[in-house]
Structure formats: C-alpha cells, structure tokens
Design a protein around this ligand. Structure first.
Ligand SMILES: Nc1ncnc2c1ncn2[C@@H]1O[C@H](COP(=O)(O)OP(=O)(O)OP(=O)(O)O)[C@@H](O)[C@H]1O
Ligand SMILES: [Mg+2]
Length: 114
C-alpha cells in the first residue's frame, strides 16, 4: 500500500476531488483545506499567504489517499491533470510506503481494511 500525499492550490481542490471520486474503487481520502508552506520558489509571490515570525507561507490544500499499489498511477495521473495550472505554486505529489491499515470498527487489517 502507498499513501499519495498531494499539496495543491486550494482553488483546485474541488476539481481534483471530483475527478478522484470518479476512480472506480477509490477507497477514501483525507483533506486538509488549510495548510501552509513553501517550495523552492518560496512564498513571496504567492497570491494568498500568511506571515508568521517574518516568514511567508503560501496557502495550500493537502490530500492524503492510501491505496493499493496498482491504484497509485491512476491517482497520480488524476491529480496531475486536475491540479495543473502551469503557474508556480501548483504543488507537489509525494508517494509514501504504508506498512499497514486497521479498520477500527471491525479490527480487520491489511489492504482489505482500506
Ligand atoms: N520538499 C517539500 N517538502 C514538503 N513540502 C513541500 C516541498 N516542496 C513543496 N512543498 C509544499 O508544496 C507547496 C507547493 O510547492 P510549489 O508548487 O510552490 O513547489 P516549487 O518547487 O516551488 O515549484 P514551482 O516552481 O512550481 O512553484 C509548498 O507551499 C509546500 O507546502
Ligand atoms: Mg513554488
């Protein structure tokens, strides 16, 4: 299993999630609609930013999606296609190994619990 973690422009979130929901078998996702950060280009030119202790951070949205390995490519492709404006600050996608998952209601674990 992998976690696809995407940091995207907040104004692209609904479009991205609408597209992800079309993927057959997508087990679920988590969003944080209000995260802040910066990339290589820093946040000085970001349209929406906050300043904390004189450091500027751009406003972003975060998506976390844990899937079986064979679904990583379609999830990444969907995010790449739907979060893209071509401008700096479009964001990043990280792929992270996930060791296990437990469904709390039943106690089951492993990919079947996704
Ligand atoms: N290496 C990183 N580690 C953790 N978060 C990151 C990293 N790079 C970018 N981010 C997060 O992704 C957001 C968007 O990054 P951004 O798209 O500005 O990257 P960039 O490298 O500056 O590319 P671009 O030139 O397209 O702006 C950042 O505000 C930050 O929250
Ligand atoms: Mg940038």
């Amino acid at each position: 299993m992998k976690e696809v973690k995407a940091i995207i422009q907040p104004f692209m979130l609904t479009r991205v999630v609408d597209a992800l929901k079309q993927i057959e078998g997508l087990p679920g996702l988590t969003v944080d609609v209000d995260v802040h950060g910066f990339g290589r280009s820093r946040a000085s030119k970001a349209a929406h930013k906050i300043t904390l202790d004189e450091i500027e951070y751009a406003k972003k949205a975060k998506l976390e999606i844990v899937v079986e390995d064979d679904m990583v490519d379609i999830v990444v492709k969907t995010i790449l296609e739907n979060a893209h404006t071509g401008n700096p600050g479009d964001g990043k996608i990280f792929i992270i190994d996930v060791e296990n998952v437990y469904r709390i209601r039943t106690g089951e674990s492993g990919p079947g619990a996704l």
